[in-house]
Design a protein around this ligand. Structure first.
Ligand SMILES: [Zn+2]
Length: 112
């Protein structure tokens, strides 16, 4: 089995024996996996219910590694698995968490 590791990725998730695993970028909705010709896959990332997936239950990798209730996305095209980005809390808030209102507050200037 020939795998090419570029080593450029800052966050390399733990790989499973039968699945390629990547970390989703914040807001990412399509697969950025490249095929052998260097073309982006572009498949949609969908929340994957692996506990109700017959094929996956025969394999069992995902549940063994992450438990029965992990938030996992899968490319509908190349089946690469994507874990939610830790910076993207919740996954439902598209605008992004932590919108701090400064209205009525006096913030001290940040200087180093
Ligand atoms: Zn893909």
């Amino acid at each position: 089995m020939a795998t090419t590791q570029t080593g450029s990725s800052a966050t390399a998730p733990e790989q499973l024996p039968h699945h390629k695993v990547k970390i989703k970028k914040p807001g990412q909705r399509s697969c950025n996996e490249k095929d052998a010709k260097g073309k982006f896959c572009g498949g949609h990332l969908k929340r994957w219910s692996y506990t109700s997936d017959i094929v996956e239950q025969a394999c069992g990798d995902v549940e063994k590694a992450w438990g029965p209730n992990a938030e996992v996305y899968r490319c509908e095209h190349c089946k690469t698995l994507y874990l939610p980005n830790p910076e993207e809390a919740g996954g439902l808030n598209v605008a992004g968490p932590g919108q701090t209102s400064v209205f009525g507050l006096t913030l001290p200037p940040k200087e180093k």
